[in-house]
Write a protein that binds this ligand. Structure first.
Ligand code: FES
Ligand code: FES
Length: 161
């Protein structure tokens, strides 16, 4: 059913008319032009569409847009501070942790969610958390290296922002 839905997207208030059951992924990509959020499997299996909702990574292909009403949504477009990339983004570049880049936004946001909840995850914790994010190019080892390096870079006691 069409309704007025408002939420915060990358720190800015957005308000739109949409079917509450329309998937957040398509609202982000189509109505709000946040095309960094990718469509992979469309059934919650690959992680290409991960965004953060109130700091929790969710699969936007499975979430109704009505479920984020009044909440804070973070997409890859909102992670850098102006021209300054987030340490995770820098680490992905430094470790060559991408090939086609299709899985990268979901990888980085899943890792960001991990670092928000666990400041210094062990390599095993990183591997466990990232297990459900798939990379068809096979960059997994370099992705884990990049996340480990970004976690080491962030000062103790600070959040991952
Ligand atoms: S597109 Fe959402 S999990 Fe694959
Ligand atoms: S870099 Fe191509 S799917 Fe991961």
């Amino acid at each position: 059913m069409a309704a007025t839905i408002s939420f915060k997207l990358n720190g800015e208030r957005v308000r739109l008319e949409a079917d509450e059951n329309r998937k957040l992924l398509w609202v982000l990509r189509t109505e709000l032009e946040q095309t960094g959020t990718k469509y992979g499997c469309g059934r919650g299996s690959c992680g290409a569409c991960v965004v953060l909702v109130n700091d929790n990574p969710i699969r936007s292909c499975m979430a109704d847009v009505g479920s984020v009403r009044g909440k804070e949504v973070l997409t890859i477009e909102g992670l850098a501070k102006g021209d300054e990339l987030h340490p995770l983004q820098k680490a992905f570049i430094e470790h060559d942790a991408l090939q086609c880049g299709f899985c990268t936004p979901g990888m980085i946001l899943s890792a960001y969610g991990l670092l928000r909840s666990t400041r210094k995850p062990s390599r095993g914790e990183i591997i466990k958390r990232m297990d459900r994010n798939l990379c068809r190019c096979g960059a997994h080892t370099r992705i884990i290296d990049a996340i480990e390096s970004a976690a080491a870079e962030l000062p103790n006691g600070k959040s991952a922002t």
